[in-house]
Design a protein around this ligand. Structure first.
Ligand code: GCU
Length: 412
């Protein structure tokens, strides 16, 4: 998805950052430049991590801390009390093939506090608890499948360019199933998996001021008047935190095998799934689809979108400290191969699209490639290749990668 009008609106909203001039995107590989990447195995004191135990007990926490401080910000702990309410249940959804539930998750354990609505499809053919895919959606649960029984989301949403699906920042009936191609509910159910998803705007509306009516203000001491610390969480942190709360619910759902939940996301929500997988090691598999800059793509590569562009157009996504790296991303104390490495030893899958040059498909591959030394500590094979694979040649074992033909999207 490209949101040009939102970009314009968001950049006006950021004051001094908006004054910064952004150079045109580079799409010439010969001009990418070369910057050495930080070594994920070099610990804070300059020592080398040589075994899995040292990674797990020491170095992993250091790398995670750097991402919290400089990139995504610090998220709060799990609330002491959680409250879940199944608000709707249809045992014969999808022509009887699935049970469809809607669950309200009260994010602070209080009914008058912020909440998200989780849509869960479980295959009726299952003989026991099933593994699940969990991810945020862009347009409301009702957009994930045309099933008229799914509750229409009534929260703020970005207007749709078709002037039909979302009008005056509210979803219309016309938008039912509008995102279905990205979710493949029937296929997932036929393969014996469950699918759980929530609308990311339930947690925070995706614009520079969205936090004021979202989870971050609800949890802040001074609410919408809060001045966030430079390492406080941004919107991506909040959306990812919502995924962990969704997993808290799935752990209580007896139809779900919560030890086998894959966290998945596309684009900005792919950045979100990577951060959720890094922050919450209960996720068994991490999937990034076209997550690009600020996601899987190496930040030091000047190709397509840059840190400067992200900070200018989406100032609310990352923490305040991230703004320091707009001009010189090579001074970031981490890079995205280390975000991939935070998934280790769990499997991770990075999906790129050939025409999605904005997301720097090669940079997404390289992040997987350069995470391999960490997987090697666990004796797990990575991408299994030395060079960026050609289109439609999926590679990899514990670090999977493919470059699909086509545009920025999720396809079957
Ligand atoms: C914009 C943004 C990307 C983001 C994408 C999306 O293109 O620049 O960083 O991934 O939107 O979320 O669709």
């Amino acid at each position: 998805m490209r949101f040009t009008s939102l970009l314009a609106a968001a950049s006006l909203a950021v004051g001094s950052a908006a004054a910064q001039t952004i150079k045109p995107a580079n799409y010439d590989e010969s001009k990418v430049g070369s910057h050495p990447l930080p070594d994920p195995l070099m610990d804070h004191d300059g020592g080398k991590v040589t075994d899995a135990k040292a990674w797990q007990s020491r170095r992993r926490a250091e790398v995670f801390e750097l991402f919290q401080t400089h990139v995504y910000g610090r998220s709060p702990a799990k609330p002491e009390k959680m409250l879940f309410e199944v608000t709707k249940s249809e045992p014969k959804a999808l022509d009887g093939k699935a049970t469809r539930n809607e669950v309200t998750i009260y994010l602070t354990g209080k009914k008058d506090g912020p909440s998200l609505s989780l849509l869960v499809f479980v295959p009726n053919a299952a003989k026991g608890p099933v593994p699940a895919f969990l991810g945020c959606n862009f347009n409301g649960n009702h957009a994930v499948h045309a099933d008229p029984g799914i509750t229409l989301n009534t929260r703020w949403m970005r207007n749709s360019p078709d002037k039909k699906n979302v009008v005056d920042n509210r979803a219309t009936e016309a938008s039912r199933g509008s995102e279905a191609g990205r979710w493949q509910v029937e296929m997932i159910i036929a393969k014996g998996f469950a699918l759980a998803t929530y609308y990311y705007g339930d947690v925070e509306a995706d614009h520079a001021e969205g936090w004021k009516t979202g989870l971050r203000a609800a949890l802040a001491k001074d609410g919408a008047n809060t001045q966030f610390a430079p390492d406080a969480w941004g919107a991506i942190g909040a959306w990812a935190w919502g995924l962990s709360r969704a997993l808290d619910y799935l752990e209580t759902d007896r139809a779900i095998d919560a030890r086998h939940v894959a966290v998945i996301g596309h684009s900005r929500l792919g950045k979100t799934s990577l951060w959720a997988g890094a922050s919450d090691e209960r996720f068994a598999l991490v999937i990034s689809n076209n997550s690009g800059e600020g996601g899987a793509a190496i930040s030091r590569r000047d190709f397509g979108e840059t840190v400067a562009v992200l900070n200018k157009n989406f100032p609310h996504w990352f923490c305040g400290n991230y703004k320091k790296y707009s001009e010189h991303p090579e001074t970031l104390p981490v890079d995205m191969h280390e975000l991939i490495a935070l998934a280790a030893p769990r499997p991770i899958y990075i999906a790129s699209a050939e025409e999605d040059k904005w997301a720097d498909p090669k940079g997404e591959f390289l992040a997987g490639k350069f995470a391999e030394p960490v997987y090697a500590l666990f004796k797990k094979a990575g991408t299994g290749v030395t060079d960026w694979p050609s289109v439609n040649q999926p590679v990899g074992d514990f670090i999977g990668y493919h470059l699909r033909t086509g545009k920025h999207d999720v396809t079957a």
